[in-house]
Design a protein around this ligand. Structure first.
Ligand code: ZN
Length: 284
């Protein structure tokens, strides 16, 4: 890590309130918090509630209350994506102006059929008046990012022609994340490995919009007993604020016996982990 990012480390935890906080989200929250603090950085909470149909204020409260219970408190006001549509639309306009998105009327099944080739919409010079989605116009291109000290790269192609703006007025997750990471000057992103491929697509979007490149750390996701990722969708058990949950989350992050660092408070225990382990120390 260079001196500049050492001085200005800005990390974030960005949950989607589509369910209550579960062990998987605690793992990500702790990993991002510990990395920020071990590198003398700031840590900011962002609520990714852009999908208003799936997100709910009850879940926002549970997530924030749980984080508060562990003393994982945002260094800045919590930002809500649902209040930031204007910023996303501005970036969409920029992508349109640069010819990096195209209007598409394909439904899911049609898109599936055209999966590895252009959809006809790309050739349609006079798209109909119906409300259209906007799709990323991506050709074969290489994309890379730094995952801590490792350079990851891949080729993106037609399959990554994701919807950036849906015909019902919803902005894609990938665009919103790129815009917010850039505007919030987030330079370190710690998140679940399930988002690994998204990172390549987000790097492409960042480059097109002239946004800086954060350094990433993808951490293994927590699996349930059937080997599936714990998620709100598969009704992962909500967690409370307890030493048992803290211990389970820290063990998942690679601390064999976290309890040796525990004090009589959750906050004190997390502080000890920050000060007495070098789990997420970024090297020069
Ligand atoms: Zn199409």
């Amino acid at each position: 890590m260079n001196k500049k990012s050492q001085l200005f480390y800005r990390g974030r935890f960005a949950p989607s309130p589509t369910g209550k906080m579960h062990l998987g989200s605690l793992v990500t929250a702790l990993a991002s918090f510990i990395e920020a603090r071990q590198n003398h950085g700031q840590w900011i909470i962002r609520i990714e509630d852009i999908d208003t149909e799936r997100c709910h204020s009850i879940f926002v409260s549970h997530i924030i209350d749980t984080l508060n219970g562990y003393c994982l408190i945002s260094d800045e006001d919590i930002l809500y994506q649902s209040q930031r549509l204007d910023y996303y639309l501005e970036s969409l306009t920029e992508l349109k102006n640069k010819g990096l998105v195209y209007p598409c009327s394909c439904n899911r099944a049609q898109r599936q059929a055209f999966k590895s080739q252009d959809c006809p919409c790309l050739k349609d010079k006079n798209p109909s008046n119906q409300r259209l989605s906007w799709r990323l116009h991506i050709d074969t291109v290489s994309s890379q990012f730094r995952d801590v000290n490792q350079l990851c790269s891949t080729h993106l192609g037609i399959e990554e022609r994701i919807i950036i703006y849906r015909n019902d007025g919803k902005v894609s997750y990938d665009l919103a994340v790129c815009v917010d990471d850039a505007l919030q000057q987030i330079n370190h992103v710690v998140r679940g490995a399930d988002l690994f491929h998204h990172t390549f697509v987000q790097r492409f979007i960042q480059e097109q919009l002239g946004y800086p490149e954060p350094i990433y750390r993808h951490i293994p996701v927590v699996l349930d007993e059937r080997g599936q990722k714990l998620s709100k969708q598969n009704l992962a058990k909500p967690i409370d604020c307890s030493f048992a949950c803290l211990s389970a989350a820290l063990q998942h992050l690679g601390i064999a016996d976290p309890t040796i660092h525990f004090t009589n408070t959750l906050a004190g225990s997390i502080n000890n982990i920050i000060n007495h382990t070098h789990l997420f120390q970024l090297n020069a």
